[in-house]
Every structure is written in structure tokens, then in C-alpha cells.
Write a protein that binds this ligand. Sequence first.
Ligand code: PLP
Length: 429
Amino acid sequence: MTETPPPAVLPAVLPERGVPSEDLLAELKANRHDDADWRGGRIFGLVYNPDDEALEETLAAVGREYLAENALNPFRFPSLARLEREAADMVLGLFHGTPGNGGLTSGGTESIMLSVYVAREVAREKGIASPSIVTGITAHPAFAKACHLLGVRQVRVPVGPDKRLDVQALAAAVDETTAMVVASAPNYPYGVIDDVPAVAAVAQERGVLCHVDACLGGLLLPFWERLGEDVPPWDFRVPGVTSISADIHKYGYSFKGASALVYRDLDLYWKQWWFDDGAWGGGLYGSPTAAGTRPAPPIAGAWAALRSLGEDGYLRLATVVRDVRDVLVEGVGRIEGLQVTVPPQLSVFEVSSDELDMEAVAEALAERGWYPDRQPGGLHLMLSPIHARVADELLQALAEAAAEVRAGRTGAGAEATYGATLPAEGATG
Ligand SMILES: Cc1ncc(COP(=O)(O)O)c(C=O)c1O
């Protein structure tokens, strides 16, 4: 975070005269004084960028190339349609899927929403008037949001002590209204992969769809597997998996606005498309995503990140992330009072304690300039390659924070939130 103070009040009305570029950029930078220092590895979510200046330059140039274009009409900008096709196919290749069976969306939430939409449409075609989906309690809130928006009921089943969804409970929750069951690879709170083969087997047996939410892990897992890590089956090699969401703007390392939503069968992808008949007067209108106008830079950026890094680049970054994960998990285990809640399978995990007030630990860490996300069970760490630079410092800070709390420091109280911290009512500062 910079020390430059922001302008006292940012103009909230359109300036009478346009602001010169130099002033405007200075204003913009000054306004960023309280943004998180992700380049310093001080936050553990929201930003995944690796420490790779060349990639950043490439992506900036690609974004600039497509600043004005619109992916709404593939007949006007066929190059964008090709980039989207190629990006989705590269992802499908990694997941052992069939080229052509999916596309890009603006992010994980949109991919999830569209997967629920497709499930609802398939269920309605089968005569199910009020479809439902079954997910683990740990499924990302995007499923709840999608269900709310689409009028679909979400049935949430508990997780076991290993934080994986309880497959027996899921099987018992499937009924005549079920359109789809969902598994996470991995789930966000604990970083563990649900038992995808068992969930998909339930789906096959009961004749429903099975979505794997690999928004977080999708672009990391194939390389994790190549590194020889223990990766249980989760992709299209598992019979019964019908769709997968995977964010290219997470461990695919492209800039924000890019996720892939891919299907086992082309028929399902076509269900995602909305076609208007042209009666509105403006002609035929077809669109595969929630947005109409679609920004071109994220599509081109996703394609560029995948091609720029390639197999060797992703393997290199996966190695960095795996190694820093190992250092941190081992280091946390050595700090008295702290533990990793369940052994992580990927690069995401929760640090908790049976004896220490983790809110107080989080506050002591924040005073030292470290901001892991807070969640009800403790601290949430999502690692990017940048954290390799700061692992030792972080462990030192964690040890100091834990020692302070053991010595009697208490927490002022804050609400656990996703990616930020809200002060509790009445708390100041
Ligand atoms: C497992 C999982 N699914 C879905 C999402 C939603 O992705 P987005 O924030 O890109 O909409 C996330 C985000 O962290 C996630 O971790």
C-alpha cells in the first residue's frame, strides 16, 4: 500500500472539462492508497498473477489489441470466435473432453449460473416443473445465487470430518425434482476435492446431470497430476460427469473475466444458447452467456495466457505453488497451537486452532501487514506463485501472532467474510 494520500474527495459528477491523461492517471494512482498489496504477497485470494513480468506485458498488449471489439457478434469479429473456440478446446483437452463442447464465460459465477440454467432446461424438458440441484454445504455461494436467480431449489448436504461432501446424504437427497448434483474440485473453504466418481455414479444411476465445479482447481489439477501429486479422478475421465467449470482467470493466470464452461456432450452446450426469433424487430439474436455485449480482452487474454504459458509454463508455476504449499503446511504444523484443518490436496487450506482465538491471531497478523482471508473456522490461505517469495516471512509472522494470542491477546471481533473483513457492530478502527 502506498503512502500517497488520495484526493480529498473524488469527483462524483462529470467534470465540466475533460481531465488530462496525466492528471487522471495520477488521481487514479493516489486513489489506490488503501488497496491490498498483492504484489507483496500480503493477501491470499482475489489475485493469482504469477511473478512474471513478461506474461503481464503480453497480456496487457493483448488486452489493448482488443480494447474496442465486441464478442457479441461472431460474424463481425470472427477472430474472437476463433480465440474463444481455441481457448475452450485447450481446456477441454486438459480435461479429456471433446473439442467444441463448450465456451468461455466472464467468470466462475457465470459458468456456475449457466450450468444450473442448462440443468433447469433439461429438467423442464423431462417435465419437472420445479427443478432442484443437490450440492455439498461447501459448494461455492455462486450455486445459491444461481438457484435464486433461476428459481431452482438448492438442497445442501453436509460434509464429513474430511470436509468432503457426504455422498450418502447426497444420494438420499436426490429425488424426482433433482436436475443436477454438484461436486467441487476442490471446494473453496478447505481446498479438498469431493469424491467425484461417487457423486457422478449417483448421477448416472439416477439419470441426472453432474457438474464438477473446478473453478478454483481446474487449471492447476492437470499439472498437479503431471507432477505426480495424488489427484483423485475428477474430470471427463469419470463416467457420469456432464459439465465442468474452470476459471482461466484463477490458476490459468489470465486477467479477470475468463472462465471455461465445458460439457461432455455437445447437446448440453447447445442448451446454454439463447436464441431470440427476431420478432422484436432487430433481427435474430443468439447468445451463449448471460451478457449481451461481451468484452473482447478477457477472451483474447485467456487464449493468450494459455498459449503463452503452455504446458511447460503451467508445470513450472504448479511446481512453485506446490512447493510453497508444502513449506507453509509444514511450517504451520510446527507453530504451537495452530494446525491446518484438513490436509490440503491443492494450494488452498484453512489454518485453525483448538485453543487459540483465530480472530485475535488474524488481528495480530494484520498489524504485521498480512491479510489472509478470515472464515468461521480460521484463516483461509489461497496460494499464488508470488507467495513463494514470502513464505518464511509469513511463517515468522504467524508464529509471532500465535505467541501473542497465547500470551493473552484477545480479538476485537470482526465478522468472517469472503475476501475482506467487516468490523463487528460497535467495533472501531
Ligand atoms: C470453488 C469456486 N467456485 C466458484 C468460484 C466463483 O468464481 P468467480 O469469483 O470468478 O465468480 C470460486 C471463487 O473463488 C471458487 O473458489
